[in-house]
Design a protein. Structure first.
Length: 373
């Protein structure tokens, strides 16, 4: 019985030692299969002449040069405030005739309405008396200067309320006062707001119409702070209205405003655009394509050479005709055709512009093979 117990004890002890040895071996397997480290990825790859011809690989020389920068801005059509005027009453009176209404296109000096005014009749009478008095005097008369001053003052009053030189001269020649005072358009344009009602009594300053020249308009475009270095007053652009996406209108940047809008963090840029076809309407939304230049001391490469990843970008630099190096770079301004390189490349180096995906694939394969070995 004792011999049987001793045998069982020896078998159990042996099994325990075998189990411990197996566990130790399993823990040490990591020494034979170390964790892959991505920092050990190959950065250079060599291709054969046959491979280069097969993929039609192309390169270009890195240069420091000036390139075109197409900048797309959002904006809206606005009235040209330099060609906008309020048509107001310059005298007390009553509207006797109305010749124009809202949306009418009027020419320069066209009569919009006519007023009956006792004050106007009194001004004409004052002018006639001053003109007759001055006409009776000679320049040598002691009171000639005073009479001439009164005449000029009476004439100026008529000019201020809206009479033109021809009407004033007729009044001086014929001494026949006008019954109604004409209210005229100071320039050609469109009556875009306001009203004049027949028989309405008006005081000085009464606003009749808002007149605007819609043949020449403004475009107020929003420019982000980062894009300010790309624009300057005097450059040209194209205005494309949302309503007419196939049409474009030439525009010129005339003013960059001085205040940043706090909500949008943009600055207004004012363009002037011709609207002879009358397709552009105030408050329309538009897109403005600006044609700018990017110069500076940083090199530029074709955008097709840039490979982007989640955490950065890189290019393939041609070390010679068959060897290529993956190079991390920092990007600056980007356009459809060119990209500014802030760091990682020097002028004179050659980068791959066609065949980059093939190089990326081959480099990944070689890296994988090395890690497996």
């Amino acid at each position: 019985m004792n011999k049987r117990l001793i045998l069982i004890y020896l078998i159990a002890t042996a099994f325990l030692f075998v189990s411990c040895d197996n566990q130790t071996d399993e823990n040490n397997e990591s020494k034979n299969y170390p964790e892959r480290n991505h920092t050990d990825v190959k950065s250079e790859i060599a291709l054969t002449s046959h491979q280069i011809q097969h993929i039609d690989l192309k390169t270009e020389t890195v240069e420091i040069k000036e390139v075109d920068i197409p900048l797309i801005l959002s904006g809206r059509i606005a009235l040209n405030e330099a060609l906008t005027a309020h048509i107001t009453s310059r005298i007390r009176g009553r509207i006797e005739k109305v010749h124009a209404v809202i949306s009418d296109r009027v020419s320069k000096d066209e009569i919009l309405l006519e007023l009956y005014s006792q004050d106007f009749l009194a001004m004409q009478s004052e002018f006639i008396q001053a003109e007759e008095r001055l006409k009776r005097m000679k320049e040598s008369d002691p009171e000639y200067a005073t009479a001439k001053s009164i005449y000029e003052s009476a004439k100026k009053k008529l000019e201020v309320i809206g009479l033109n030189q021809k009407e004033i001269q007729n009044l001086a020649d014929n001494h026949s006062p006008l019954t109604l005072l004409p209210v005229r358009a100071p320039f050609a344009g469109t009556l875009i707001s306001g009203e004049a009602r027949l028989g309405e009594f008006v005081d000085v300053g009464k606003d009749f119409f808002l007149l605007a020249n819609l043949q020449n308009l403004w475009v107020l475009a929003d420019v982000f702070e980062k894009d300010l270095p790309l624009i300057r007053e005097g450059i040209t652009g194209e205005v494309i209205p949302t309503a007419y996406t196939e049409d474009s209108f030439n525009a010129k940047l005339t003013r960059i405003y001085d205040v940043v809008e706090s909500a949008s963090r943009t600055i207004k840029a004012r363009f002037e655009v011709s609207n002879t076809a009358n397709k552009l309407k105030p408050e329309m939304f538009v897109t403005v394509k600006v044609f700018s230049k990017l110069g500076g001391k940083n090199p530029k490469v074709s955008t097709t050479a840039i490979m982007k990843e989640k955490n950065g970008a890189y290019v393939f630099v041609a070390l010679n005709d068959t060897t290529f190096q993956r190079r991390e770079i920092s990007l600056g301004k980007e356009t459809k055709d060119y990209t500014e390189i802030l760091n990682g490349l020097k002028a004179g180096e050659k980068v791959v512009t066609r065949g980059t995906f093939y190089l990326k694939s081959e480099l990944a394969k070689e890296t994988f093979i090395e890690e497996e070995e």
